[in-house]
Design a protein around this ligand. Structure first.
Ligand SMILES: NC(=O)C1=CN([C@@H]2O[C@H](COP(=O)(O)OP(=O)(O)OC[C@H]3O[C@@H](n4cnc5c(N)ncnc54)[C@H](OP(=O)(O)O)[C@@H]3O)[C@@H](O)[C@H]2O)C=CC1
Ligand SMILES: O=C1OC[C@@H](O)[C@H](O)[C@H]1O
Length: 345
């Protein structure tokens, strides 16, 4: 699924586009699937088609491999690509646990290749602008509390046992699938704290799969993040999925999902407005910031990644290794408290 979306987007023409991407090769578990992929998703490109991933990694014409397999394979696939000397952009969640992520970064360091987690939401202009307003402009004063959520309707119990949302050996579970976004928004909104927070977390399981996670992150400054997710229910379109409280107001972020933010509204504290909660929303003064969607929203990530490669970087400016590790460490701790583990752990 995600590989079709990504390819569709990177071939888009859009105003401000700086990089011309070429689909140089498709690697799949079968040549037929690779050929079908080209026919359905990039018929105007002429990539080499391979019935294995290794052949793509060995292709000298390929500058960077985009990995869109289920997360349980990211460790294996990244290491194989890196060992062949390829740069890599790998889907989220980057790996099953932090140990695997560290092994990948160690290998990349040794081979001197670029590796980045494809946490596309961080590349979106909305995300970047909100971070600037919150932490450089301090538009709502000091942020002290954040709520973030991702409700996704995969509903593992209703899916075949082979689905990546149901099969533990493919990395099934809402935390790794969508909770990673809730933690990402929480991390940004709380201002990228250096220390790891204290965590209190609970997880619910159904058909052996983690379907709901709630985690409270508490920093030594007293700042708190309340980060939640579920794969059992879809959020309402346009719903608020992130609320950021500051000493001088708050911000709500709305969108189709926490991966597809569309706008945010800044509500500043007003003189004599302590009881604003009792007024209808329209009677209050909020400033809404809208952000246009381009394609499915992968264009910024693809552009930044290509520019990183062209500039000879080994890490993404937007998603450096330490950020992937920070989020993976949080998820390890949340899973340890919630009672979720994966085969081989
Ligand atoms: N950024 C985003 O918005 C999104 C990111 N993702 C991430 O992308 C990754 C893939 O998700 P998604 O596209 O939904 O996954 P799919 O279930 O669609 O699988 C993707 C591909 O992985 C390959 N694959 C290799 N081995 C297996 C196996 N044993 N079982 C199933 N597939 C296998 C298959 O390709 P082939 O046979 O051709 O080799 C398959 O088509 C996940 O890590 C997910 O978190 C997913 C959705 C959205
Ligand atoms: O990254 C994602 O975002 C959208 C969800 O539908 C999907 O399950 C997830 O992988």
């Amino acid at each position: 699924m995600i590989s079709t979306w990504f390819v569709e987007d990177i071939l888009l023409e859009w105003e401000g586009k700086r990089v011309n991407h070429v689909i140089q090769a498709i690697g799949s578990s079968s040549t037929q699937k690779a050929q079908d992929f080209v026919k359905n998703n990039c018929p105007n490109q002429t990539p080499s088609v391979y019935g294995s991933y290794q052949e793509l990694y060995d292709d000298p014409e390929v500058d960077i491999a985009y990995i869109g397999t289920p997360h349980a394979f990211h460790h294996r696939d990244c290491l194989e690509a890196i060992n062949a000397g390829k740069n890599v952009l790998c889907e989220k969640s980057f790996t099953i646990n932090a140990k695997q992520a560290r092994e990948i970064f160690d290998a990349a360091r040794k081979k001197n290749v670029y590796v980045a987690e494809a946490m596309w939401v961080r590349h979106r202009p909305l995300y970047q602008e909100l971070s600037r307003l919150l932490h450089e402009q301090k538009i709502i004063g000091d942020v002290f509390r954040v709520f973030s959520d991702f409700a996704n309707g995969a509903d593992p119990a209703s899916l075949p046992a082979t689905s990546r949302h149901r099969d533990l050996s493919l990395g099934a579970g809402s935390l790794l699938d969508v909770g990673v976004y809730a933690l990402t928004w929480g991390r940004m909104a709380l201002g990228y704290q250096k220390e790891l927070p204290q965590i209190v977390a609970k997880q619910t399981h159904e058909v052996g799969v983690e379907i709901t996670t709630s985690a409270i992150l508490q920093y030594s400054s007293g700042r708190q993040g309340i980060c939640t997710c579920t794969s059992k229910a879809l959020g309402a379109p346009g719903e608020v999925f992130l609320v950021v409280h500051g000493t001088n107001g708050y911000v709500e972020v709305e969108g189709r999902a926490a991966s597809i933010p569309e706008s945010f509204t800044v509500w500043k504290k007003q003189e004599g407005a302590a009881d604003r909660a009792y007024f209808p929303r329209e009677a209050c003064e909020g400033k809404k910031y809208n952000f246009p969607q381009i394609g499915r929203g992968f264009v910024w990530e693809a552009e930044n990644t290509a520019l990183d490669i062209l500039e000879g970087r080994k890490e993404s400016r937007v998603m450096p290794w330490e950020e992937t590790l920070y989020i993976m460490d949080l998820m390890d701790e949340i899973r340890a408290q919630g009672g979720t583990s994966y085969p081989g752990e």
